[in-house]
Design a protein around this ligand. Structure first.
Ligand code: AQP
Length: 342
C-alpha cells in the first residue's frame, strides 16, 4: 500500500487551483491508500500571518478537506504545529541540505521578490520542512500541483543524501503524483500566471466558498481573447492541449481545462462541444458547471466553520494518530544521527 502525504497552507482562501490540483485528488486516493493530509500552519508563518486569522483559516482548510469528501476515519487529518516531529526532523534536514540546492528554488525567488534581505529565513528553508513533513511518515507518494515539482525533487535529494551520509537505506525516495485533469490552474485575469491565494486581485481566482453570484461575476469578467473557441486539432496525442495552443491562447486553454475538470468530461469532449462558439455562451455554461461543483461544498465549509466543534475534534484525533506514526520514526532518525538517548 502506498503511503500518501500532502498538505495545504492555511494562508489564504482555498481556491480552484488548490481544489483541482490537490484536494480533489486527495479524496480519490483514499480508497486504496494510507493517506495523511495536513494543514501546514508551520509553512504558513514563513510569511506574516495575523494570529486570529491563522486559527480561522486552519479551520477553513480542514472544513475544505471534509466538505470535499476526505473521510477522517480513513485518512489522518491534522494541523502540522501539533506534531512536533515535523519541526524536529526539519532541523536535521537543515543540516543535510546544501545551500546551493536551496538557492535554486524558484518559489523562494518568486515569494521573496526583489527585497530578499527582508524575507524570513523560514521561507528560505521551507523545502526542508516540506521534506520533513513527508519523510517523518516515510511517505512514498505525494499528490501536489505542478508548482510543487521542484520542492519534491529536493525531497528526493535530501532522502538520498541522508541515506548516503549515514550508510542506511532509511528514507524512501518519494514519487510525485502530479497528473490529473488540471495540475496547473491559471489566474482568471492572466492565463500565464498561476491561480494563487496571494494574488492581490480576488477576481483572479474562484474560491471554494464563493457563492453563485460571485462565481458568475468572476467567470464573466475572466480574461478571454477575441477569437472563437478552437476545434479539436489543438489537442495533442496525450489528450492535453498542445504547447503551441497554450502559448498562443493561454486564457482559452485555461478556461477550457477548468471546464473539463469540473464537469468530469475529457478535454476533447469539452472542446468538441464548444467548437466555433463565442466566449459569452461558453462562460454561461462554465458558471453553471462551477456553481454545481463548488456550491454544496462551499455551503458545507461555511457551516463547519461557524460551529467548529467537529473540525476541532477531527484535528485533535488526527494529531494523536499522526504523532503515533511520526514519533517512532523520529526516534530512529535520532539514533542513526548519533544523538545520545541517556
Ligand atoms: N494554481 C494551482 N493549480 C494547481 N494546483 C495548485 N496548488 C496551488 N495552486 C495551484 C496546489 O495546492 C496545494 C496547496 O497549495 P499551498 O496552499 O500549500 O501552497 P501554494 O502552492 O503556495 O498555494 P497558493 O494559493 O498559490 O499560495 P501562494 O499564493 O502563497 O503561493 C499544493 O499541492 C499546490 O501544488
Amino acid at each position: 500500500m502506498k503511503r500518501i502525504f500532502s498538505g495545504v497552507q492555511p494562508s489564504g482562501d482555498l481556491h480552484l487551483g488548490n481544489y483541482l490540483g490537490a484536494i480533489r485528488r486527495f479524496v480519490d486516493l483514499q480508497a486504496d491508500n494510507d493517506c495523511i493530509y495536513c494543514v501546514v500552519d508551520l509553512h504558513a508563518i514563513t510569511v506574516w500571518q495575523d494570529p486570529a486569522e491563522l486559527r480561522q483559516r486552519t479551520r477553513e482548510v480542514t472544513a475544505g478537506y471534509l466538505a470535499a469528501g476526505i473521510d477522517p476515519k480513513k485518512s489522518i487529518i491534522f494541523n502540522q504545529s501539533q506534531v512536533a516531529a515535523h519541526a524536529e526532523l526539519a532541523w536535521v534536514f537543515n543540516c543535510v541540505t546544501r545551500l546551493g540546492w536551496l538557492n535554486r528554488m524558484t518559489q523562494f525567488k518568486d515569494k521573496a521578490g526583489k527585497n530578499r534581505e527582508k524575507a524570513s529565513s523560514g521561507l528560505y528553508v521551507y523545502p526542508n520542512l516540506m521534506a520533513a513533513d513527508i519523510l517523518v511518515y516515510k511517505g512514498t507518494h505525494v499528490p501536489v500541483g505542478e508548482d510543487q515539482k521542484q520542492h519534491l525533487e529536493l525531497t528526493r535529494d535530501i532522502a538520498q543524501k541522508f541515506n548516503n551520509d549515514f550508510g542506511v537505506e532509511y528514507f524512501p525516495i518519494v514519487e510525485p503524483l502530479i497528473q490529473g485533469a488540471a495540475p496547473r490552474v491559471m489566474s482568471l485575469r492572466d492565463g500565464t500566471k498561476k491561480m494563487s491565494s496571494s494574488d492581490p486581485s480576488d477576481a483572479a481566482r474562484i474560491n471554494m466558498t464563493d457563492d453563485a453570484d460571485a462565481v458568475a461575476k468572476k467567470v464573466r469578467r475572466a480574461t478571454s481573447d477575441a477569437e472563437l473557441l478552437p476545434d479539436p486539432s489543438v489537442i495533442g496525442p496525450d489528450g492535453q492541449f498542445t504547447a503551441e495552443f497554450r502559448q498562443s491562447r493561454p486564457e482559452a486553454a485555461n478556461l477550457l481545462t477548468i471546464f473539463a475538470a469540473l464537469s468530469g468530461q475529457t478535454l476533447a469532449d469539452t472542446v468538441g462541444a464548444f467548437e466555433g462558439k463565442g466566449f459569452a455562451d461558453f462562460k454561461k455554461e462554465m458558471t453553471d458547471v462551477a456553481v454545481a461543483a463548488l456550491g454544496p461544498m462551499g455551503a458545507e465549509m461555511k457551516r463547519m466553520v461557524e460551529d467548529p466543534s467537529h473540525v476541532d475534534s477531527v484535528l485533535r484525533d488526527g494529531a494523536e494518530r499522526a504523532r503515533a506514526l511520526a514519533d517512532p520514526i523520529l526516534a530512529e532518525v535520532y539514533d542513526i544521527v548519533g544523538f545520545l538517548r541517556p
